[in-house]
Design a protein around this ligand. Structure first.
Ligand code: ZN
Length: 713
């Protein structure tokens, strides 16, 4: 029997953390070695605990590092998957402050996107532990057909650059070739016997030993890798870190929707129970990680009801299915609607099973009420239904953006001086606060997607923007992020300009969007004005005025004040005049036709004009001046005041004084803080911040004294 051990090393990854652990062990320091996984990790079908692969790998540590003071933590629980792994990793593994963690769920999870997501959750949770443990993984295999979740799991292992070892590539080929018979190593084609456990351990320790002896070239591998444990030393992005915890995550951006990493498991120690009729809390202490039917609730009578308040977009319930038939049956409701039937009966012989059923799968985040009710109970039976826990996860987190800046001949210094943006120069014209446009791209400032461009996020994580159906297809009618929010500081006059509509831009501007925009005046000098519209009565007069430079007659200047709102439809002649500071919300487009530039020179030359295209698209006659402007200077405090809604966007102003919450039901919400400071959904925000609340955000919870502009499609 010859195992091809080399074939078992599927991914060497970044070995820095593992090598540091080896070095410390060599010096005789204390280390905790933990194993997280399912029944094979727990040691089922090994004749005694010491024969389990986990114990054998631990024995390798003891033998290899005789001076080290080593502690063994076996956190395997039979018949559980990585979804439960996410929920219990903190309590069952990280609470021991392990230095090295082995994680294994390849025959507990299936090879599906759901399990890729839950597995990513557990890997991220382990990697982001404050003591930065070394994490490696391996893949067990079903010995009758070679199946496992290795395909999905290995994508995650490569993405996070963690070492990974495979039984499918080492032990399984021996069965295929007939070198060994299945029953020599496994009684049920799933769980190894003592010989099988020994083989599994040998594949893992072969890989660990190679890394220890530095026989696999980690340096070359590491420099190629984009991944996690690799240091993020080249990250120079100055932080706009509004994470309340202040701990920006340095892992790579998630591959999946990553709705399980933040799993919280509610048991009777920590649950928020809002009503209870007939359920008893089981407060007997849990003695061991595998002592799983503890700290939950029991009920025996039909009609017994218990309701919890939980928070998340994914909700699961754990309960016992018992082989002592007949047992009661319950239903689980989320927000009053039946989500699952929980049958306490288990028609098997191998023992009581801990079930984890899904009640809500990537729904709305935020608060939900989960109610469990016994709907069927055998008469004359004292056997209770055992409710183990409710697990919730996946609360959407705001995406704070690092803006891009445009330097222009008419720009000034107020974006730095008034808004605090760290941008040099005395010609800063525009802050592109929420932008996925190539001419000024926003980058996520902190959190799981730190460093990712908004345009890339739009493409790789459509679920964040409510743009992914259950079958994976796109649901919004946009091929790119549709909005753009800017703050504009006009120290001098902007050119007189006009934008085309979608139809005209599509034909004449390489398929670009047209541009509908609107302005909210943030600051304005006394007697400040904006150019909105023109004075030509018909197309002939328009053409004459433009071609013959009759600007005094053509241009319509209208007085404005701080707090005014102006909608600029395509075809509207417009210009921002010197001294005005405003926030612009617009379609994601940068197509501008310049009509007149006051005969100014830039680098000794006049800027290009677009006379013919302008005459093509300008609306004649213009909308009346009084219809163009509306004041929102003094909007009601703690209210959402809609300023304008058209087919491209809805833009509203929110004034906060104290505390104010409102529900939202939009694909995503763009938020810019105009003034003041406070908190938004628990995150610190202040003047000049721009962020997106992703899909699934159910509520905006505001505290403090501030003004915001929000927009959505
Ligand atoms: Zn414009």
């Amino acid at each position: 029997m010859s195992i091809n051990y080399e074939a078992g090393i599927k991914n060497i990854g970044d070995t820095t953390a593992l090598k540091a652990a080896f070095e410390r062990a060599e010096k005789g320091e204390s280390l905790t070695i933990a194993f997280l996984g399912g029944s094979i990790t727990q040691g089922s079908l090994a004749s005694e605990p010491s024969k389990c692969y986990a114990a054998r790998v631990f024995a390798w540590w003891e033998k290899t590092f005789p001076k080290a003071r080593l502690t063994f933590v076996n956190a395997g629980i039979g018949a559980t998957d990585s979804q439960f792994g996410c929920a219990r990793a903190a309590e069952d593994v990280l609470s021991y402050n392990p230095d090295v963690i082995s994680v294994e769920y390849a025959v507990n999870d299936m090879s599906t996107p759901h399990y890729m997501e839950t597995y990513e959750g557990v890997v991220r949770k382990l990697l982001s532990a404050p003591n930065k443990p070394a994490v490696y993984t391996f893949y067990n295999v079903c010995y009758d057909n070679g199946s496992s979740a290795e395909l999905m799991h290995s994508r995650i292992a490569r993405h996070y650059n963690i070492p990974a070892f495979s039984m499918q590539s080492t032990i399984y080929p021996l069965l295929l070739s007939g070198e060994i018979e299945n029953r020599e190593i496994t009684p049920d084609d799933l769980h190894p016997n003592d010989i099988g456990h020994d083989m599994v351990a040998s594949v893992i320790t072969y890989g660990l030993d190679k890394i220890r002896k530095c026989e696999v070239c980690c340096k070359a591998e590491n420099s190629k890798a984009e991944g996690a444990q690799a240091s993020s030393g080249d990250d120079t992005s100055a932080s706009i870190c509004n994470d309340a915890s202040g701990s920006c995550n340095k892992l790579p951006a998630p591959l999946t929707a990553n709705a399980y990493e933040d799993s919280v498991r509610y048991r009777n120690k920590n649950a928020d129970i809002i009503s209870n009729e007939g359920w008893t809390a089981d407060t007997e202490p849990q003695n061991h990680i595998t002592d799983i039917f503890k700290n939950g609730w029991t009920a025996t009578k039909k009609g017994a009801k218990i309701a919890f308040k939980v928070s998340g977009s994914c909700i699961g319930v754990q309960y016992r299915r018992t082989i002592k038939l007949p047992a009661p049956v319950a239903v689980a409701k989320v927000d009053g609607k039946v989500a699952a039937t929980l049958d306490g009966n288990f028609d098997e012989t191998w023992g009581d099973k801990l079930c984890l059923d899904t009640l809500l799968d990537h729904g709305k985040g935020g608060e939900h009420i989960v109610e469990i009710e016994i709907v069927d109970a055998p008469e004359k039976s004292e056997l209770p239904f055992y409710l183990v826990s409710v697990i919730a996860s996946g609360n959407p987190k705001p995406l704070f953006l690092k803006p891009a800046f445009a330097h222009t001949i008419w720009g000034g210094t107020r974006l730095r001086e008034d808004y605090g943006y760290d941008e040099p120069g005395d010609d800063i014209g525009e802050c592109w606060g929420i932008s996925a446009h190539k001419n000024g791209e926003g980058i996520v400032a902190c959190g799981a997607y730190e460093g990712v461009k908004l345009s890339e996020l739009w493409n790789t994580h459509p679920e964040l923007f409510g743009n992914k159906a259950a079958d994976g297809s796109r649901v919004l009618p946009y091929d790119r992020f549709p909005l753009l929010t800017k703050i504009i500081d006009a120290k001098a006059d902007l050119s007189i300009q006009v934008h085309p509509d979608d139809e005209y831009a599509k034909v004449n501007e390489n398929g670009s969007f047209g541009k509908t925009e609107c302005w909210y005046v943030l600051d304005c000098p006394e007697n400040g004005t904006l150019v909105v519209g023109h004075n030509a009565k018909d197309k002939a007069e328009l053409s004459d005025m433009i071609k013959n430079g009759k600007w005094d007659k053509f241009i319509r200047e209208i007085p404005v004040k701080k707090g005014d709102f102006i909608q600029i439809d395509p075809g509207t002649v417009h210009a921002i005049k010197g001294g005005i500071l405003l926030l612009e919300t617009q379609q994601n487009s940068d197509i501008t036709y310049r009509v007149y530039d006051y005969d100014r020179l830039q680098n000794g030359k006049p800027r290009e004009l677009h006379i013919d295209k302008s005459i093509d698209v300008i609306t004649v006659p213009a909308k009346s001046a009084s219809d163009s402007i509306k004041s929102f200077a003094n909007t009601e405090a703690n209210a959402v005041t809609e300023m304008y809604s058209c087919k491209y966007y809805t833009v509203s102003k929110v004034s906060v004084d104290g505390e104010f919450n409102f529900a939202i039901d939009v694909p995503f919400l763009c938020v810019s803080v105009l003034s003041g400071e406070g908190q938004l959904n628990g995150y610190k925000v202040n003047k000049g911040n721009h962020l997106i609340l992703p899909a699934g955000t159910a509520k905006v919870e505001l505290k403090g004294k501030m003004e915001l502009i929000i927009s959505n499609v």
